[in-house]
Write a protein that binds this ligand. Structure first.
Ligand SMILES: Nc1ncnc2c1ncn2[C@@H]1O[C@H](COP(=O)(O)OP(=O)(O)OP(=O)(O)O)[C@@H](O)[C@H]1O
Length: 302
């Protein structure tokens, strides 16, 4: 309300052309949806994937918001279960010159680059992996799913570089790096910080588990796959990709660089191995994760 009173345009969008109405519809903020509509927000503004606020509200099952948007003339050009391909980014929109190597994982290197003037992370997939057509397709399928996700505790996927021999995709850049780096640097966390971190992770995981029409199971939730933004908020990344990594028998290649630590294994394995050990931020998040998974299994969603 304050921003609107200060003269901020209700239809202003971010680099994905997503407006406040998209975000409010996606996050289930009914009052903000009503406020924005009253202040003249365009009910059918489309983001760069062609999604309207109604597409977003539908995607996460906010029925009340769908009704409000429809009553204001909202339309949904995106079919709920359509197979949207990955958004392709033109090479010349990305400044690769001066790219800074920020890390290396099992799939390849990660660089900080500029895309349309904004700092983003470019994740490169090793050619030994990406040159296998089946694996490349499997990666692109997972990335297309990631592209549909929008949540403050999920790293934002931005697109795949067009016509690249290597598979390179862009995500938002998180200045503070991974939770692994933070824990290594800072050691034991203050209890309040640990709880706030655990809640951030649990919020991201809950969003994945409530994804429609199918829940998304991370399968590789480790401190390396949790990143922190400048404001200190944690965001989960790299879900789904680990599934491809595990399917080495099908695709005939072997991934390296897994954590190999029982503390980050799937909860059912973890439970057998580590009951009775001290509870830290990650154990807490895993417990929340486990409860959430049990609820899902009970409801036969998975
Ligand atoms: N979006 C990002 N913003 C900032 N830093 C990042 C980003 N993505 C990755 N990094 C950094 O690059 C490192 C390597 O990331 P990557 O996801 O490739 O591998 P990993 O998760 O560390 O390991 P693995 O591939 O085995 O899961 C991370 O540990 C992190 O420090």
């Amino acid at each position: 309300m304050q921003e609107l009173e200060n003269g901020v345009e209700p239809n202003v969008g971010d680099y994905d052309k997503r407006t406040a109405l998209h975000l409010a519809a996606c996050e289930g903020c009914t009052e903000i949806v009503l406020l924005l509509l009253e202040k003249g927000a365009d009910v059918n503004s489309t983001d760069r994937w062609g999604r309207t606020p109604l597409s977003d509200a539908r995607g996460v099952g906010h029925k009340e918001i769908c009704k409000i948007l429809e009553a204001h003339g909202g339309i949904d050009p995106v079919l709920a279960d359509s197979q949207t391909p990955c958004y392709l980014i033109d090479y010349n929109e990305v400044t690769l010159k001066g790219a800074i190597l920020i890390g290396e994982g099992a799939y390849g290197e990660v660089y900080k680059v500029k895309w349309r003037g904004t700092e983003v992370a470019a994740k490169t997939i090793r050619s030994s992996i990406a040159s296998n057509e089946k694996v490349r397709k499997a990666f692109l399928k997972e990335l297309a799913l990631w592209q549909k996700l929008r949540h403050p505790n999920i790293v934002q996927f931005l697109g795949v570089l067009k016509d690249s021999d290597r598979l390179i995709f862009l995500t938002e850049y998180l200045k503070n790096g991974s939770l692994y780096d933070i824990l290594k640097k800072r050691g034991r966390l203050e209890p309040l910080t640990a709880v706030s971190y655990a809640l951030d992770i649990a919020r991201g995981m809950t969003y994945l588990h409530h994804h429609k029409p199918h829940a998304i199971i991370h399968r590789d939730l480790t401190p390396r796959n949790v990143l922190q933004d400048e404001a200190g908020r944690l965001k989960v990344t790299d879900f789904g990709l680990s599934k491809i990594a595990q399917e080495k028998d099908v695709y005939g290649y072997k991934m390296t660089g897994g954590t190999g630590s029982y503390r980050y294994m799937a909860p059912e394995v973890y439970r057998r191995e580590s009951y009775g050990k001290s509870v830290d931020v990650f154990s807490f998040a895993l417990i929340v994760h486990e409860v959430s998974r049990h609820l899902l299994l009970k409801r036969c969603i998975v």
